[in-house]
Design a binder for this molecule. Structure first.
Ligand code: NAI
Length: 338
């Protein structure tokens, strides 16, 4: 089935034993943004005794940070007072905020930390040449980063170096990775370009492919006369079952974890729906991402006020599936949680 040529390229997993948190213990950490990643990373670092302030505009995220016990100051002030600067505002707003509130205050004393290779790799931000620029990236949403850390569990991630001026960038990146909690499980070393390519590929091929699968499967069952409840339940259940099972065991065992019938169908019909020509489309998609086309498209879409994105959001909210989703969400809550 696999078309992998040659031997697999393997990575080392760095863990807490490879890191020295002491490198950033005496340096104030400025977390810019208190959204998905900001709230999680700020709290994980504070739990390890690091000195954290939050830089945020005055909005509901700032209120949340204050109610979680953080000192919240304007972004420019956080940069001035901090030494390790974590850029945790959305990728698409980073360039403007960087120009106005961050760049003017950067000195040789600072270390600039990104949670994505997006802005730097595609040239939307060009940091000055006099400081270390590194990356520490959890591979899941902030709520899970925080939840798992607070439960004593780990999450996977990456760290990387864009600019090493002090000769310490590698160790600093590992220290930040430990601070935000990704070394408990383990992190690979990456580059800004590699991280953003893989991440955008997973979002384009994986997320969009999954959405298309779910909606199409639902529509086919509805067309065939099945009720919305049954179509929704069975379609979504299989995805949930697979995802939850592969979190606990290798794919080869997970597919055999269901009934013999399910295993037979899953393994013998594998290429019937997602046919092999998807491989070529994925290759082309990856090439377009690496060439910066997807980012150019997204920038143009934002400049135009996001008409296509807003239309797609409306379509998915108005899709017939939403009628039955509402009921299922209510029942999940009523029966003890999602
Ligand atoms: P988010 O959308 O949750 O960020 C919200 C924060 O950004 C708030 O504090 C808000 O006040 C601030 N903000 C929004 N617009 C602003 C503006 N115009 N000016 C100033 N502040 C503004 O962002 P998220 O998702 O936490 O992403 C932060 C970074 O983490 C990004 O680089 C992203 O690629 C990366 N990342 C995100 C992951 C995720 O699952 N959300 C996973 C791994 C990395």
């Amino acid at each position: 089935m696999a078309e992998t040529k040659g031997t697999l390229k393997r990575d080392r997993l760095y863990t807490e034993e490879d890191a020295d948190l002491g490198l950033i213990k005496d340096r104030k950490i400025a977390v810019l943004g208190y959204g998905s990643q900001g709230h999680a990373q700020a709290q994980n670092m504070r739990d390890q005794g690091l000195d954290v302030i939050v830089g945020n505009v005055e909005d509901r995220f700032a209120e949340q940070a204050r109610s979680d016990g953080f000192e919240v100051v304007p972004i420019a002030e956080a940069v001035q007072r901090g030494r390790v600067i974590l850029m945790l505002i959305p990728d698409e707003v980073q360039p403007a905020v960087y120009k106005s509130d961050i760049e003017p205050h950067l000195t040789r004393e600072h270390t600039l930390v990104f949670a994505s290779g997006y802005a730097v790799h595609f040239g939307l931000i060009t940091p000055p040449g006099f400081l270390d620029v590194i990356m520490a990236v959890p591979t899941c949403v902030g709520a899970i980063v925080r939840e798992r850390y607070a439960r004593g569990q780990g999450i996977f991630g990456h760290f990387g170096i864009h600019q090493d001026v002090t000769g310490q960038a590698h160790d600093l990146a590992l220290a930040v990775a430990m601070g935000i909690g990704i070394l408990r499980f383990g992190a690979t070393k990456t580059t800004f370009g590699e991280e953003v390519a893989i991440n955008l590929f997973a979002e384009t091929a994986g997320l969009s492919g999954m959405i298309k699968y779910l909606l199409t499967a639902f529509e086919v069952l509805i067309e065939a006369g099945f009720s919305a409840e049954k179509a929704y339940c069975e379609t979504f259940y299989e995805i949930q079952f697979l995802v939850e099972t592969i979190c606990r065991m290798p794919l080869g065992k997970a597919v055999a974890f269901g009934s013999p019938t399910a295993t037979y169908l899953a393994l013998t019909k594998t290429g019937d729906v997602v046919t092999d020509d998807v491989r070529e489309r994925m290759r082309q998609m990856l090439a377009r991402i690496q060439a910066g086309e997807m980012v150019r498209d997204w920038n143009l879409e934002q400049l135009a006020g996001c008409p296509v994105l807003n239309q797609r959001k409306r379509e998915i909210l108005e899709h017939p599936i939403s009628e039955v989703e509402k009921l299922f969400m209510e029942r999940k809550l009523a029966s003890g949680g999602i």
